[in-house]
Design a protein around this ligand. Structure first.
Ligand code: B12
Length: 210
């Protein structure tokens, strides 16, 4: 039994097996951070590119993310006082008037699984809510989702509100959702666009590194 087996069960999306193997590794006295990085997150690192290449589909990816999340919850218990290292903080939410959250949650889970701290604010969020959250959490990246052509323009309102509050240069803003394109992102002055969850995490890593 090894980290590889755990990683494989995350890729299989087998929640029960992930629970069993994670518990076993904890009982064997393995380092919780290693279990997380070399087993659980390593699994999602395989899932992300497969999803991007069309080899895996949304329901499967959601199962993998759930399996990984369940394992991480167990590991967190074992970590006790150890701080879980993060590669950056992301705030994510769906803009005002829009209730779609399946894709946004997928992006959030994928980001969390690659080591970001993610604050998932929910759906139908006003500009003020985003501004307050940026003030409170000081994220590296603010990720906005919209699935309706009628709500896409609210992304620009969020960027305008950040500018008015003098926060625009303190946070990178990325946008996504089915009707969003690179052109739209450029037009509203966002820092980036990604068409899917795997590219969104890559984009955040690049923006933080730049
Ligand atoms: C499921 C769904 C719903 C569900 C939402 C449930 C939920 N909890 O999310 C319900 C039934 C509630 C719903 C309601 C409505 N819907 Co609807 N819905 C859909 C549907 C079928 C699937 C969306 C989805 O989840 N896709 C799967 C996910 C994984 O994909 P995704 O969201 O695109 O996300 C991926 C990427 O876009 C990207 N991404 C997403 N967010 C972000 C954010 C960032 C920062 C980044 C980088 C990337 C990123 O990564 C994700 C993962 O790869 C779409 C059709 C479609 N094929 O898109 C219509 C659709 C979006 N809905 C539509 C409409 C019209 C509505 C309603 C107005 C219907 C009505 N008359 O009541 C209402 C609006 C409610 C509201 N105010 O929001 C239209 C929009 C048309 C338009 N151009 O504006 C669509 C396109 C259907 C259609 N063809 O007409 N809907």
């Amino acid at each position: 039994m090894s980290y590889k087996d755990l990683c494989a069960e995350v890729v299989n999306g087998d929640v029960e097996k992930v629970i069993e193997l994670t518990k076993k590794l904890i009982e064997d006295g393995k380092d919780p951070l290693e279990i997380m990085n070399q087993g659980l997150i390593a699994g999602m690192d395989i899932v992300g590119p497969r999803f991007k290449n069309g080899e895996m589909f949304v329901p499967e990816v959601l199962m993998c993310a759930k399996a990984m999340d369940t394992g991480i919850e167990l590991v967190k218990g074992a970590l006790v006082d150890t701080e879980i290292p993060t590669i950056g903080t992301i705030i994510i939410g769906t803009v005002k008037g829009d209730l779609h959250d399946i894709g946004k949650n997928l992006v959030a889970m994928m980001m969390e699984s690659t080591g970001f701290k993610v604050v998932n604010l929910g759906v139908d969020l006003s500009e003020e809510t985003f501004v307050e959250a940026v003030k409170e959490h000081k994220p590296n990246v603010l990720a906005l989702s919209a699935l309706l052509t009628t709500t896409m323009s609210n992304m620009k309102s969020v960027i305008d509100a950040l500018e008015e509050e003098g926060l625009r240069d303190k946070v990178k803003v990325i946008v996504g959702g089915a009707p969003i394109s690179q052109g739209f992102s450029d037009d509203i002055g966002a820092d980036g666009f990604a068409p899917d969850a795997a590219s969104a995490t890559e984009l955040c890593k690049d923006l933080i590194a730049s």
